[in-house]
Design a protein around this ligand. Sequence first.
Ligand code: HEC
Length: 266
Amino acid sequence: MQEKRRLLMSSAVIPMLVVAGMTTGYLVIASPNMVKPAKAQCSPCNPCIPFNPCAAGGGLATDCTVPLLADAAPNPCAAANPCSPDSPCNPCNPCAAGIAPDLTTEQKVTLYNCLLPQMARAYGKSDNEIAVNFTSYRLYSNQPYISANHAERYVQNYANDTARAYGAYEKAGRFPAGTKLAKPSFTVSGLGRAAIGPLFLMEKMEAGFSKESHDWRYTMIMPDGTVFGTTNGAGAANVEFCIGCHLAVSPDQDSVMLLPEEYRVN
Ligand code: HEC
């Protein structure tokens, strides 16, 4: 099983995700190149709009930055090319998102502390109970880490009290109904500015809820508070691909994928 999980965490899974994404629209968020702008001013070159679906990472812009990175690479264009919805498609655009830089643990933790209250507000707009409460759950990752399977975003892993067996990792066994797992995500632009990504949720429902998902309800909440999809509810088709991947560790790990060992809290 370890093997299967390692495989899933490797880049070999990306093509799978791409195929799933093409049918679910998931890559609307993951790949700016595939996106057809929804509005005239919406383009991959214009990530200044707070929630621009075309922007790389597609996240909700925040004022959280990696200070060391911003200091090290001041953008010479910033003054002449301020962020605005009608700013031209210019590689010098100071708002432009780029490839997530490699961050130190300290940088990641500082950034996350800045992001968390903004994430709580953003996801909380959905009124989804887990989205509203997840920050009070126990955190099982010791720092944000990049999840290849959730579109190369930085993520953290939370689990509620009912799910305390999560901390036993591979030995956790079957999770009881009422288990709630939450995975907030964010991206970091080449200039060290963070944007909030979707919130990924799994909730164990009563037996009989869904044969296909082995009674897990998968939900994806966008950073503007809209629900992209939820199993057996609105947009259920949009979260089918979650089930497909997570079932790879069922029944052994009850569909729970866990996290890379070096990022686990013991
Ligand atoms: C291609 C495989 C894949 C897809 C698709 C996928 N996940 Fe995951 N998921 C993983 C892996 C692997 C982990 C654990 C490691 C990590 O964080 O990358 C994980 C972890 C999680 C966790 C933390 C609980 C756990 O399993 O340890 C949640 C919650 C979650 N995913 C929700 C979702 C939701 C919701 C979707 C769909 C919107 C989704 N996932 C799509 C592979 C996938």
